[in-house]
Design a protein around this ligand. Structure first.
Ligand code: GLA
Length: 398
């Protein structure tokens, strides 16, 4: 949660770095996200169920009357710059390629982006599977669109900005991600999750009434390496899986999530018994699980919802193989701990966080006992965050 004190400090640091000017300093923010269920289905046209966190990225931004975009962060040394006449050069930046990518695609979209100075801060732990990169992308997008020369005429549509963020990630950082993270960061709503159909971008906000329960994020503190080829590899595997399913069933579906569980059962005997078959099974069943889980949640059956989270983790562990020792250990110890009725990895996997549904009255004990059991088994000290659900990308008016 970024407090007004933090904003004041950011402003002072901004002036220290960039000096005084008659131009106004403005503040923009966009959150990280937790995905409650629907993992590794967004790029298969599936349903996902994320929620925006109150952990967020924040930037102080000011026009600099030049043709250059300058980037700094409060926890990094150095200045990272690129020219608006050559945004492609932003790909080579050691830090700041997400921002350069967003500005590149905003300009391509008709925004007359102007030279600006940025200073970033935030409280989303990096590499924790909570989408710090999507948060930076959406903070940049809302800021650069708002300060563009033709903002009065163009305004902005948050879903369009989410798509620009995704494009930036594909082209400027080489991660072939789906739309879930940018969408959640753009469209989050306090105390609501978002049921999003990634094939159509139709969505609805669903109130998260957890009653005597709360969500706790357990960070394995094992950094995930999304850029590492494993994520892109999964995308290739499911593309191959879609071809196989269409061939076997004589269909011409566009997305793997257009198939129902029954289609899979029918095709299974003809699918080669390899990893691609496992990936396909995960995707099709996970997509159906989201539908059921949200229905169950809307009926107030939190226990049933929690059970579906556990099933989802097991599928990600055994069929999609994106968990690993640390996430599985965190999952196992959480499931054995009193007061916890649901748990699973969240995000891309290979490290990062689990999300847990825990009785409020047991939360403190949960953190203590899961923390020590996890540390004893892995040698890593974990971190925990009680998960508050916040709003999406916006300007902070002070
Ligand atoms: C990462 C990607 C998302 C999504 C998840 C897995 O967070 O950025 O698009 O694919 O992994 O569900």
């Amino acid at each position: 949660m970024i407090t007004s004190k933090k904003i004041e400090e950011l402003k002072n640091l901004f002036i220290k770095y960039y000096g005084e000017s008659s131009e106004e300093i403005r503040f923009f923010t966009s959150p990280g996200r937790v995905n409650l269920i629907g993992e590794h289905v967004d790029y298969c046209g599936g349903l996902v169920f994320p929620a925006a966190l109150t952990l967020s990225s924040v930037a102080a931004v000011r026009l600099n009357n030049s043709n250059t975009v300058n980037l700094r962060a409060d926890d990094l040394d150095g200045l990272y710059s690129f020219s608006l006449s050559n945004t492609e050069a932003g790909k080579e930046l050691k830090w700041g390629n997400y921002q350069a990518g967003v500005i590149h695609w905003l300009m391509d979209n008709g925004y007359e982006v102007r030279g600006m100075d940025f200073l970033f801060t935030g409280d989303i732990p990096f590499g924790s599977g909570l989408s710090s990169s999507a948060a930076i992308e959406l903070t940049t997008a809302v800021a650069a669109a708002s300060l563009s020369a033709n903002y009065n005429e163009k305004g902005y549509d948050l879903i369009n900005l989410a798509l620009i963020g995704q494009k930036a990630e594909h082209t400027f950082s080489g991660v072939n991600c789906g739309i879930m993270d940018q969408f959640a960061s753009a469209m989050g709503k306090k105390d609501n999750a978002i049921l999003l159909d990634c094939a159509t971008l139709n969505y609805k906000h669903v109130p998260l009434n957890l009653g005597e329960y709360t969500l706790i994020l357990a960070n394995t503190c094992k950094k995930h390496a999304l850029g590492a080829s494993a994520y892109n590899k999964r995308r290739e595997e499911v593309s191959e899986g879609l071809i196989r399913m269409n061939n076997i069933l004589g269909t011409n579906k566009e997305n793997l999530c257009d198939f129902a569980e029954d289609d899979y059962i029918k095709a299974e005997p003809s699918l080669p018994a390899d990893k691609i078959r496992d990936r396909v099974k995960h995707v099709i069943f996970e997509n159906q699980r989201v539908k059921k889980a949200v229905e169950i949640l809307e009926q107030g059956d939190l226990m049933g919802f929690g059970e579906m989270l556990k099933e989802a983790h097991i599928s990600l562990r055994d069929l999609y193989e994106v968990t690993g020792f640390e996430l599985d250990t965190m999952f196992d110890v959480a499931c054995q701990t009193e007061g916890c009725i649901g748990s699973r990895m969240t995000g891309g996997g290979f490290g990062g966080c689990t999300v847990n549904i825990v009785k409020k009255s047991a939360a403190e004990d949960f953190i203590k006992s899961v923390g020590s059991a996890y540390e004893a088994k892995t040698g890593i000290t974990p971190a925990f965050y009680v998960c508050d659900i916040g709003d999406g990308a916006r300007e902070i008016k002070i």
